[in-house]
Design a binder for this molecule. Structure first.
Ligand code: KMH
Ligand code: ZN
Length: 312
């Protein structure tokens, strides 16, 4: 069994690099919008904020550390949430670019994607009538021939440079069963130590699906490989977000929501902010008699280095 979960840790992934601005006018793009959305999510109950940056002119994902620095200090000043910076970055970025912001900011947490994979975003284009920016259609189409690279060498480098050197803890992003085995390899090697945070991801084209059987299989496999050494979290892509996190939370998991993974609040209704998605999630969990973890409670459970030990 996963480590006992008392209160539910809600992660909010604020903007990401999967969606394009033409899908929703509410997708945060500028540093101001990212900061406001992040703080709103924290106020609604998110203990962890998973962050990417975008070019404010056209909404394209950017790895530029200067862009991250335009919102990180403000978020830190205005809320107590744990800041988690992506190392996945966005399509086409080199590993060096993907790590640049995290190396500068040395946050409490970073994402760490646990295997190379296809990452098909081209289906998004079918749902867009008119593109707002010239990069979007080509970028989505290019995902047909894109490999999201996360080799053993890359993962080892990130574990050493961010984990061992700067005390960063990770959101281990596992999109399929093989990624859990990759994580088990690094645990066996002594490069990952308990307690660790496993984000199981459902519904990305290239990863596992969104059936109840998929959820059960990932959970059972993680339990068998890691016992109580891990804290489990669930991420469902698109319209599966709220139902999968609800199921996962009932099974003892923590949850991740936010516009990075899903732009809808309900059927046909765009979420107007990340705060709306977090508030809906918190409402559902509380109706089910679950309590929401504060950022400091999440820090204690995940044994994070603390907000005073970051580099921004
Ligand atoms: N968009 C998520 C499915 C990362 O930032 O490292 C994956 C993600 C990758 O969050
Ligand atoms: Zn991300």
């Amino acid at each position: 069994m996963a480590a006992k979960r008392n209160k539910v840790i809600i992660t909010c992934a604020v903007t990401g690099a999967v969606h394009v601005p033409s899908q929703s006018e509410y997708l945060p793009i500028t540093p101001e919008q990212i900061a406001e959305n992040a703080i709103g999510a924290a106020e609604a109950g998110a203990a962890i904020l998973h962050l990417h940056a975008r070019n404010p002119e056209n909404g394209r994902p950017t790895p530029d550390p200067d862009m991250f620095m335009q919102f990180l200090p403000e978020i830190k000043e205005r809320c107590n949430a744990v800041i988690n910076i992506t190392t996945g970055g966005g399509q086409g970025m080199t590993l060096e670019q993907r790590l640049a912001a995290a190396m500068r900011a040395k946050p409490e947490m970073c994402s760490l994607n646990m295997g190379s994979m296809n990452f098909g975003r081209f289906g998004i284009a079918n749902r867009i009538k008119e593109f707002r920016f010239d990069w979007e259609a080509d970028d989505l189409e290019a995902s047909r021939d894109y490999i999201f690279r996360n080799t053993y060498k890359d993962i080892t480098y990130i574990l050493r440079e961010l984990g061992e050197t700067h005390g960063v803890k990770f959101e281990f992003e596992c999109y399929d069963v093989g990624h859990l085995y990759n994580l088990a390899y690094f645990v066996d090697e002594g490069l990952v130590k308990p307690p660790f945070f496993v984000q199981t991801i459902f519904g990305i084209l290239g990863g596992i699906g969104t059936d109840v059987e998929d959820l059960l299989h990932m959970k059972r496999t993680a339990d068998r490989l890691f016992g109580d050494a891990y804290q489990w979290s669930i991420l469902g892509a698109g319209r599966h977000q709220i139902n999968l996190v609800t199921m996962g939370a009932i099974m003892g998991g923590n949850v991740r929501v936010g516009l990075e993974d899903n732009i809808y609040l309900g059927k046909g209704e765009l979420a107007k902010s990340n705060g709306e998605l977090v508030a809906k999630t918190a409402r559902i969990l509380q109706e089910l008699s679950m309590e929401i973890a504060t950022p400091d409670e999440a820090r204690e459970v995940l044994q994070l280095k603390g907000v005073h030990n970051v580099g921004f």
